[in-house]
Design a protein around this ligand. Structure first.
Ligand code: ATP
Ligand code: MG
Length: 442
């Protein structure tokens, strides 16, 4: 998508408060990729993405920024934890599996698009199949007048199926073998192939058993899957998905600090951490990874690594890996004011969520401005005196404030319920003042 960096930052501002450096850096990285795609193929190949390292303590918006971006840009995106990988040869997931996951994500994006484009075709397929079951076709020799009657019946039946009136009726469905699909991306491609042929063999043996009684409602969703597998060109989708993952994919590598070897903890450290870093090198640098959908080159995939780096520092990563994340951004700790803005200015903020939830009970929850300020202040204080868990503190604090009201909501149905600053203090002061207590409760 061709949004300018300014537009990207403006979009992010709706969801993430402050952290302007991080927003700018990422927006620019995305724009650079757009610019690159406009160039000649020859020059395109020369321009490598500059990977980003985000440094900031927990709960300050690192993941949120990336998640929102990927959602808006509709680019293939996955978030993985660096700490869950193990060195090649050890039991566990190897780092290449993240590329396979990215491809799978890309396929689902492209497939959804294609389903959207072929919506009518797919719906017709589903409808025809179901109506066929409910209203068996006429024999060839039927007279013309009967055919007209039948046609009317057919149309009436179609309307009833569409409206959902027939949803509880039971019909017998032959389940297509494509429905039995294995999508375990954890398997290396060779294994996946073996598994696929197995599933094909089994499904041809079990032909007779595949008739199944289902409700029309379930049949709708089952046939939808069958329809998109039949009507959509999966080879095309896979090829397009590979291309998009290759040129537009983003991998968010969380907890990168957990695989760094800090000076203090050296010796006690898991030796495979360095191994994982070494395994990451070729992927971040650019190499070819084989997936069951084809070979993908990782040259132009954008990597955004993130970590708190409390115990270790970026310089504790092996030098080769440090060099592959040239853009560094630091995210600020959240101030009282930022916390206040997170509560009041973000789209679908926590306050709005609680208002909506209690609205279901018929309660009109109103937060007075002074109360919101008090919440921000106390959350900030709790972050200072105990652990700094960033905006996540707001969740625990608000939960505590609203605990009682939330429990008794049914008694207040139809009421306006004002949350005042006094109320907030009444609920929280005791807890925040007492260090031990707040460690447990907030
Ligand atoms: N600056 C911010 N503006 C708005 N909301 C924020 C901000 N920072 C954090 N949040 C909210 O706090 C929660 C946690 O944020 P996020 O997942 O981005 O943390 P993180 O920085 O990735 O932390 P961790 O290091 O623990 O992964 C999210 O629900 C997010 O919406
Ligand atoms: Mg995170």
């Amino acid at each position: 998508m061709n949004l300018t960096p300014k537009e990207i930052v403006a979009y992010l501002d709706n969801y993430v408060i402050a952290q302007n450096d991080a927003k700018k850096t990422i927006a620019l990285a995305l724009r650079t990729r757009y610019r690159r795609m406009q160039l000649d193929k020859e020059l395109q190949d020369e321009i490598m993405p500059k990977n980003i390292l985000m440094i900031g303590s927990t709960g300050v918006g690192k993941t949120e920024i990336s998640r929102r971006l990927a959602k808006m840009m509709k680019v293939p995106f996955i978030k993985v934890e660096a700490s869950k990988y193990t060195e090649v040869g050890f039991v566990g997931r190897d780092v290449e599996s993240m590329i396979r996951d990215l491809v799978v994500n890309s396929i689902s994006i492209v497939k959804t698009e294609q389903e959207e484009n072929n919506k009518e075709k797919i719906e017709n397929y589903v409808l025809n199949k179901i109506v066929e079951k409910l209203l068996p076709p006429l024999p060839e020799s039927t007279s013309e007048s009967k055919k007209d009657d039948y046609q009317r019946l057919l149309e009436a039946m179609e309307t009833r199926v569409i409206s959902g009136e027939m949803d509880n009726k039971i019909i017998e469905l032959e389940i297509d073998k494509i429905n039995i699909e294995f999508n375990d991306t954890n398997l290396p491609p060779e294994m996946a192939k073996v598994q696929e042929s197995f599933s094909q063999i089994f499904s041809s043996i079990n032909k007779e058993d595949k008739k199944k009684e289902v409700t029309v409602k379930d049949a709708k969703s089952m046939l939808k899957l069958e329809a998109s597998n039949k009507l959509l060109d999966m080879t095309n989708i896979n090829a397009e998905a590979l291309r998009r993952a290759e040129n537009g994919g983003i991998i968010f590598l969380d907890e990168i600090d957990k695989i760094a070897l800090s000076e203090k903890s050296q010796g006690r450290n898991d030796p495979s951490k360095e191994g994982v870093q070494r395994d990451l090198l070729p992927i971040v640098e650019g190499s070819s990874v084989t997936t069951k959908y084809g070979v993908i080159n990782t040259d132009h995939i954008l990597f955004i690594a993130a970590g708190a780096f409390h115990v270790s520092k970026p310089s504790d990563l092996i030098p080769e890996l440090q060099g592959r994340f040239p853009l560094r951004v630091e995210l600020e700790s959240l101030t009282e004011e930022t916390l206040y803005k997170i509560l009041t200015q973000t789209q679908n903020s926590l306050l709005k969520q609680y208002e909506a939830l209690l609205g279901v009970e018929g309660m009109n929850l109103i937060f007075e401005d002074e109360a919101v300020k008090a919440i921000a202040k106390l959350a900030h204080k709790a972050n200072e005196t105990t652990e700094d868990i960033g905006a996540r503190r707001l969740h625990t604090v608000l939960e505590k404030v609203l605990e009682e009201i939330s429990f008794d909501a049914d008694e207040h149905s139809g009421e306006d319920y004002k949350i005042t600053a006094e109320y907030v203090h009444e609920k929280l002061d005791m807890v925040v003042e007492d260090d031990d207590l707040s460690r447990y409760i907030l």
